[in-house]
Write a protein that binds this ligand. Sequence first.
Ligand code: PLP
Length: 364
Amino acid sequence: MRVYNFSPGPSALPLPVLERAAAEMTDTNGTGQSVMEMSHRSRDFKPIIEKTEALFRELMGIPAHYKVLFLQGGASLQFSMIPLNLAAGMPKKQASYIDTGIWAKKAADEGAKYADVVVRASSKDRDYTYIPAAPAPNPLDAYYHITLNNTIVGTKWAALPDTGSVPLVADVSSCILSEPLDVSRFGILYAGAQKNLGPAGTTVVIIREDLIGKAPSWTPMLLRYDTHAGEGSMYNTPPCYGIYIIGLVLEWLKGLGGVSAIATLNQEKADLFYAYLESSKGFRSPVEKPFRSLMNIPFVRVEADPDRRADLESRFVKEAATQGLVNLAGHRLVGGMRASIYNAMPREGVEALIKFMEQFERKC
Ligand SMILES: Cc1ncc(COP(=O)(O)O)c(C=O)c1O
C-alpha cells in the first residue's frame, strides 16, 4: 500500500514517475539497458541529460545566458562552492547573508571560510518564525545569499530583496518549481534534488554566465563552476540516474500544466491546511502569517503542560503512521510536527491528514 509521505526530504515522488522508472528499469528507450548501466558519454545517455536540461529551461523560463549544471555533493556543497567561486582570494571579498534558519546559518558559517561574510539580518530572536526585512547590500558585496524557503521552520520569503547590481544567490532546495520564479532576478539558484525534483545525489545549479570563471587558481578542480560549465556537467561522471528521474519528474510536471498549474494546486493544499490550523483548538502554526511556507508546514499541539504536550505529539506521530500518514515528526532541533507537502503530495493527502487531526482532537 502507498502511504501519504510527508517527509521533508528525501520526499515522495509522483507515482506515475516511479511506475515509468520501474517499467524502464531493465530496458530504457529500447537500448536494452538500465540508465544505471549506460556510459554517461554514450549516445543512449546524451538525449536523457539534454531532455532534462531542456525541460528545466522551459518550465522555469531560464534565460539563455544562464547555465544549468547537474552536480553532486548536495545543497550543502554549494555552501562552500559559492563563496569559493565568487569571493575567495587575498583578501576575501565581502558577501551578505540573511539568517532565516538552520540551513541559512550553515550556509553563512561555511561561507565565512572563503568570504568576508556579513550577516545583515536574522530572525533568530523569534525562533526563525518570520523573515526579517532585508537591508540593502553593500555595493562591494560579491553576492547576497538568502534561503528562499526554510524547510525546518516553515517560512518563505514573500518578496525578493532588491540587491541592485549585487548578484542575488538563493538556496531553493525546498521550493524549486513549486511556484513561478523570475530567474533573471538571481545570480545563482541551487537545490538538492531530493524534495521537488528527484532522488538524493543530484544538485541543480542555475548560474548566470558572467559569474563563472572567477574562482582562484588554487580552487579544487571539481569545486570550480567553470570545470562543470565547460563540459556540460560531464567533466567527470554525473549522477546519471538522478538526472534521468528528474527528467521524468519534469515531464510529469509539464503534463500537469507546468509551474503555474502546480502553484495553484500547492496554494490550495497549503490554504486548506493553514485554514484548518487556524480553526483548530488542538493544533496551531508557530509561523507568522505573511511568511508561511507553501511546502513545509510545522505545527504544534496547543497544550500548557510541556510534558503532556511532548507526550501527545509523540503519540500523534505514531498514530498517524498507523493510518498511512508518515514522517510527520518535526525536525529534531525544533520538535513538534511538520507536514511537508511538496509538488508530489496530492490534495487527497492533505485532506486525509486534516481528517486524522480532527479525529485526534476529538479523542485527546
Ligand atoms: C533549504 C535547505 N538547504 C540545504 C539543505 C541541505 O541539503 P543537502 O542534504 O542536499 O546537502 C536542505 C536539506 O534539507 C535544505 O532543506
